[in-house]
Design a protein around this ligand. Structure first.
Ligand SMILES: [Zn+2]
Ligand SMILES: [Zn+2]
Length: 150
């Protein structure tokens, strides 16, 4: 789908801008996630960020990841935050699914467990904020270096 969108909108930044705004609004209305300073971004980056986050909010993807990590204990894969003393449902509310592969690279294929990292909401915000800042992809190792320098 992302490739299709690029073909369709690559030459029309104004429409990309509008579309991204609509996606952003839809996400904001759903009250799910505050996009990191997206107004600073290039329209293309903004669109991809919006699509990325929309895909991450897919409840099946999140459930798949939580099901996998639960037996080992829920822990942020960047800062190592974990709160095992809390009720499981409260623990789960701290964490979000983050895609490790840019959407433009994976295209239509179904999300696999190996595509995902479990991040606390704070680190997840930081990763996407860093992507906005550099207008490019930020991997887990790079994000970890930001959170825990040295
Ligand atoms: Zn974290
Ligand atoms: Zn993410």
């Amino acid at each position: 789908m992302d490739r299709r969108i690029w073909e369709e909108f690559g030459e029309r930044p104004d429409e990309v801008h509008q579309l991204a705004a609509a996606i952003k609004k839809a996400i904001a209305v759903a009250g799910e996630f505050v996009l990191p300073n997206v107004d600073q971004e290039m329209p293309e980056v903004r669109l991809l960020t919006a699509l990325h986050i929309r895909r991450e909010r897919n409840s099946k993807v999140r459930k798949m990841l939580l099901d996998d990590r639960r037996p080992k204990g829920l822990r942020c894969e960047i800062c190592a935050l974990s709160r095992p003393e809390l009720d499981l449902s409260l623990q789960e509310s701290l964490f979000e699914a983050h895609h490790l592969v840019p959407l433009a690279e994976v295209g239509e294929r179904k999300t696999r467990l190996t595509d995902l990292a479990l991040l606390c909401a704070c680190c997840h915000r930081l990763v996407h904020g860093a992507m906005v800042l550099k207008s490019g992809w930020v991997g887990i190792a790079e994000a970890r270096a930001l959170v825990m320098p040295g």
